[in-house]
Ligand binder design. Structure first.
Ligand SMILES: [Zn+2]
Length: 680
């Protein structure tokens, strides 16, 4: 469980990008140093008090259409694209076996080399997944299902449900087995259940896609269509017993530590003993995060035929590996997952997809090389100072809020002082020495790294929580707060323009990386984070009155954002996005307070006609400049806890008297909310 700055990670939401021309030369052409906000992005014809997002980003939006291989294009995509070019150079060099290579370089280089070798991929056809499909085809009766599900889960094929590891929410130092809902292909359970015309049409397209994939695998068209209907039927049944995303946000609702025997009571039709033995998990208890799902799973397994379940398993094997198979599979996979669901027009070039694969499979081996090549001590040192300044502002803010009692304030400050911060990259790197990577065996290479990563996760069960571990790789343009670890994490990839201007305008730095720091810190005190204490344990440390004051203020934010339109008739979900919106609102305020305090000691000049305060807000707004397809905007409204860029700007600033003063806005202006919300 983690909360990130920008986007929910996942195949369908992957954000790596296109655009910069990249040479094969060994040296990256570094862009000229960017030292402050982007004046060319500003739309000076618009009024900052009407629509500040348009003012700060209008020209950027006009001049940066979505590249054909993207469904969304924003400032952090530009940065991710620069990072990608750097990673490509590292991997091109690592793939060159004519010079001596360390074992770690051999692995990242040969995985990349396997991926880039499209001729070998075409020549192998579907043979790399045939043994798994044959194994599934041989299942004789339902009593054999549990052992097969265990094998598939070990290979990271996401059928039926998920079993992983994670800290016990109420005793976070202990890592336990965590069982939760899963087994869907579409991005959310609502895609299966909604009955409006657009949702129905999307499901028809999904069935057509699954049909074509089975045809490519060799099924005759009629049989393939029936297979696709079986997949949809099983996934719809699973969707019906799944909790929705808003319900899953409540950490109390997800906590049910039970003896293993409870599983047989909830779902007696599945042999849990065989399954757990197959996963090499020997525990007496575990967290069953959604008991109703496991109860419902029993009905799904009972009513589906063995043949339908085998079809469903085969689909997930095929779907998981589709991007690594011959071009006809890759193209069909792109056509549905990127074109239909998200609105992209073209597939990304192969090298970008292959860099992403290595980042996903061997992320810390690649990240280590990235850090050595790019990351300076300066960015780390400046971010650390920023963190300390913003923590000090948060301590003041907690003391000053009018709605909280002294008893709760004391505990909040204790929690704040316990927040640890990690900047750049892990202190200790993951050891991949046991992973075998063989050039030319793309699917097998991917399967071996998946098995290694799954085993790494399962081996944590029963051990103390390792707070040094990261859940994002170093080149990632993102950041996160972890409630059970009570720490904030900033990968090296984000500590560059437009987030951090090395040696540049400090007012812009407060508005950009400062707001990111404030955002992550505020997550410790949003609607979910506030339920964990300084040790990372789920424990109610609030008085009843303070909790109800918090909820009242949070509801103001729920209503505000729930009225924002994503696309057409689709609005943002105020409850799904509450935590991120609260973090945005708190984060910008804390960073602004830190700017004002720092200017008490060192006044900053006017630059380019803008005061430091104005540059602060412009720099904040400009990290969110973006263009997005209608399809992707709707997808995000349903699945992403983060609001769209324009609302991350205007939704926050219309709540801030500090913004109003800075730009001379008046009551009645769009950017002055008559109903300003404030939690922190
Ligand atoms: Zn966040």
């Amino acid at each position: 469980m983690k909360k990130s700055m920008f986007f929910t990670k996942g195949r369908l939401l992957a954000v790596i990008c296109a655009a910069l021309p990249v040479t094969l030369a060994a040296q990256t052409q570094q862009p000229p140093a960017i030292r402050s906000l982007d004046l060319t992005a500003i739309d000076r014809a618009s009024n900052p008090c009407d629509n500040f997002y348009q003012y700060a980003c209008g020209n950027w939006i006009r001049n940066n259409p979505i590249p054909p291989d993207q469904s969304r294009w924003g400032r952090f995509n530009e940065l991710a694209d620069r990072n990608l070019a750097t990673l490509r150079e590292i991997l091109d060099h690592a793939a060159d076996a004519s010079h001596p290579r360390s074992p770690s370089i051999q692995k990242i280089g040969d995985l990349y080399g396997s991926c880039m070798d499209d001729k070998a991929v075409e020549a192998q056809g579907i043979s790399p997944i045939e043994p798994t499909l044959e194994r599934i085809a041989k299942l004789q009766n339902k009593s054999e299902l549990a052992a097969e599900v265990a094998r598939l889960h070990d290979e990271a094929v996401p059928v039926l449900f998920r079993l992983g590891s994670g800290p016990d929410a109420k005793n976070s130092s202990e890592v336990i087995a965590q069982l939760t809902q899963g087994g869907l292909t579409l991005p959310d359970r609502d895609y299966y259940l909604k009955t409006d015309p657009r949702s129905r049409e999307l499901r028809d397209k999904y069935v057509a896609h699954v049909t074509r994939m089975f045809e490519l695998l060799g099924s005759d068209p009629r049989n393939a269509a029936a297979q696709a209907q079986s997949v949809l039927a099983i996934e719809t049944a699973l969707a019906k017993v799944s909790l929705d995303r808003v319900a899953l946000r409540d950490p109390d609702a997800r906590y049910h530590r039970e003896p293993v025997s409870a599983l047989s009571t909830l779902a007696p039709g599945f042999n849990w003993k065989t399954y757990l033995a197959g996963r090499a998990v020997s525990v007496s208890d575990l967290n069953i995060s959604v008991p109703d799902f496991i109860r419902g799973l029993n009905g799904v397994l009972d009513s589906a035929s063995l043949d339908d379940l085998k079809t469903y398993f085969s689909w997930h094997v095929l779907n998981k590996e589709a991007e690594l198979l011959p071009a006809k599979f890759v193209d069909e996979d792109f056509d549905f997952n990127e074109r239909t669901l998200l609105g992209a027009k073209e597939i990304q070039p192969r090298w970008k997809r292959c860099v992403r694969l290595v980042d996903g499979d061997l992320g810390e081996a690649l990240g280590r090389e990235y850090v050595e090549k790019t990351f300076g001590a300066e960015g780390k040192e400046r971010t650390l100072r920023m963190v300390h300044e913003i923590e000090a502002e948060m301590a003041k803010d907690i003391q000053n809020v009018p709605w909280m009692s002294d008893a709760t304030k004391k505990q909040a400050v204790e929690k704040l002082h316990a927040v640890a911060n990690k900047i750049g990259y892990p202190e200790k790197w993951r050891d991949y020495s046991s992973v075998k990577i063989v050039r030319g065996e793309l699917v097998a290479d991917d399967r071996r790294t998946d098995e290694f990563n799954v085993r790494h996760m399962m081996d944590k069960i029963g051990k103390p929580l390792d707070k040094l571990e990261w859940t994002m790789t170093p080149p990632t343009v993102n950041a996160y707060y972890s409630p059970p670890m009570n720490n904030i994490n900033f990968p090296a990839g984000i500590l560059q323009p437009p987030f951090y201007f090395k040696g540049g305008d400090e007012a812009a730095n407060y508005g950009a990386i400062g707001a990111v720091v404030g955002h992550e810190l505020t997550h410790g005190f949003d609607d979910q984070g506030r339920k964990f204490d300084g040790q990372g344990d789920l424990r109610d440390w609030w008085t009843a009155g303070d909790a109800s004051n918090f909820k009242e203020r949070a509801d103001c934010i729920v209503n505000e954002y729930g009225n924002f339109t994503a696309s057409g008739d689709t609005k943002l979900n105020g409850r799904l996005t509450l935590g991120e919106n609260a973090a945005d609102n708190g984060g910008v305020r804390l960073a602004f307070m830190a700017l004002l305090d720092s200017m008490g000691a060192h006044a900053l000049p006017q630059i380019d006609g803008y005061t430091p305060q104005q540059r602060f807000f412009l720099a904040y707004a400009q990290i969110w400049c973006e263009n997005i397809t209608d399809q992707a905007a709707r997808n995000r409204a349903l699945t992403d806890p983060h609001s769209l860029g324009r609302y991350r700007v205007n939704g926050v600033l219309q709540n801030m008297p500090e913004f109003e003063q800075t730009f001379g806005c008046k009551t009645g202006d769009q950017m002055v909310s008559p109903n300003a919300c404030r939690v922190w």
